[in-house]
Design a protein around this ligand. Structure first.
Ligand code: SF4
Length: 275
């Protein structure tokens, strides 16, 4: 353990542990473990609280490489669940996910929480949408059928999380440190992030970009009347559009430009050359 912990964090820890104890009911709770820093903290808090729970990692197949071996080595108490279809297979069947079409989250992550009470590492400071959340948050989405999210570190800051990890010397993912310095640990190129973050992550893990290009091209071939096949010549163009968050009119304008536009060349140079 490092030397000391601030009084503010000490109070937050007490509050989180008491809250977790108050949430215990007959059945063990679920705990969603992603391998990221917040999940490392909630797992440690839940263990200290003495409540009964099952920690689960849902393999999204698009997390930073090495996430599963990190979990197996450092947190063997976490159960690893593998999906029936990978992220890439889903793209092949449904096209790209988006903020409004989060089919990958539904299939790969959230199905383990349907109808359950799950402890999660969500924090309000991560997103404006979470400002009104309560530590015990009901899921209003129809298909989540009564899921309840239990959020013991909802009011914690990023500094609190790091102070806790350092104080207890908890193992955490290498991707937070140099040379990676990722500020989030989750699906690479998630469309819920802004496009700059997507580009940065695909540059870092170009193998995933390549697999997405192949998958989306298969989707375009099997859906010749869909938006993607009607607007893009190949998977490279569709991927370029996906990671640039641009209006479709702007994309067509680019293609008509005097100097030409070659998505494959750009993606090859900027992303795939890192392979
Ligand atoms: S890519 Fe984003 S939206 Fe899709 S499963 Fe991962 S976190 Fe959810």
């Amino acid at each position: 353990m490092s030397e000391s912990i601030s009084w503010e964090l000490y109070l937050k820890i007490r509050q989180a542990i008491n809250f977790l104890r108050s949430m215990e009911s007959g059945k063990p709770l679920n705990l969603g473990f992603s391998g990221g820093k917040d999940s490392v903290v909630i797992l440690h808090l839940a263990e200290h609280s003495g409540i009964k729970f099952n920690a689960i990692y849902a393999n999204t197949t698009v997390d930073p490489p090495g996430t599963i071996s990190f979990i197996k080595k450092n947190y063997p108490q976490v159960r690893i669940m593998h999906p029936e279809k990978s992220f890439f297979k889903l793209i092949e069947e449904k096209g790209f996910p988006s903020r409004l079409r989060r089919f990958c989250c539904e299939v790969l992550k959230e199905r383990y929480g349907i109808g359950k009470r799950s402890i999660e590492g969500m924090r309000a400071s991560e997103s404006r949408n979470r400002k009104d959340y309560e530590p015990e948050q009901c899921d209003a989405r129809k298909w989540m059928r009564g899921a309840i999210h239990i959020l013991p570190i909802l009011g914690w800051t990023e500094d609190d999380v790091w102070e806790y990890i350092r104080y207890y010397e908890l193992p955490y993912s290498k991707y937070y440190d140099a040379p990676y310095k990722l500020n989030r640990h989750g699906c690479v190129g998630c469309p819920l992030c802004n496009y700059k973050q997507m580009q940065l992550e695909f540059k870092m893990f170009p193998g995933y970009a390549k697999r997405i290009i192949v998958a989306v091209e298969r989707y375009m071939n099997t859906h010749p009347n869909g938006f993607l096949a009607c607007n893009f010549a190949d998977g490279y163009e569709a991927f370029y559009y996906y990671i640039n968050e641009m209006p479709i009119a702007e994309f067509h304008e680019k293609k008509r430009s005097l100097f030409g536009f070659n998505a494959q060349e750009i993606i090859q140079r900027e992303i795939l050359n890192q392979l």
